[in-house]
Design a protein around this ligand. Structure first.
Ligand SMILES: [Zn+2]
Length: 70
C-alpha cells in the first residue's frame, strides 16, 4: 500500500462510484488479491459512518478504497 496513490478520483467506469466522485483513502497493488481492499472498505465504512467501496483502477493498476463524499 502506498499513500502516494491516494487523492481525489473520478471513475466513470465504476458503477459504485458516486456521480461526484470520491476520495481514494487506500490502495493495494493490482498484483495482489482484491480481498484486502474490500475488507478495508467495509472497515472504513463501519469506522467513519461514511460509505466506502473498493474497485480496481486500471490506471493505477491497483485496488483502491474510495470514500464517498457525504
Ligand atoms: Zn468505484
Amino acid at each position: 500500500m502506498s499513500d502516494t496513490l491516494t487523492g481525489p478520483v473520478a471513475t466513470a467506469a465504476c458503477r459504485l462510484c458516486p456521480p461526484r466522485g470520491g476520495v481514494v483513502v487506500a490502495a493495494y497493488s493490482g498484483d495482489g488479491p482484491a480481498r484486502p481492499a474490500g475488507h478495508r472498505a467495509r472497515e472504513e465504512s463501519a469506522t467513519t459512518g461514511v460509505p466506502h467501496h473498493d474497485h480496481y483502477d486500471p490506471v493505477l493498476d491497483a485496488f483502491v478504497v474510495v470514500r464517498h463524499h457525504p
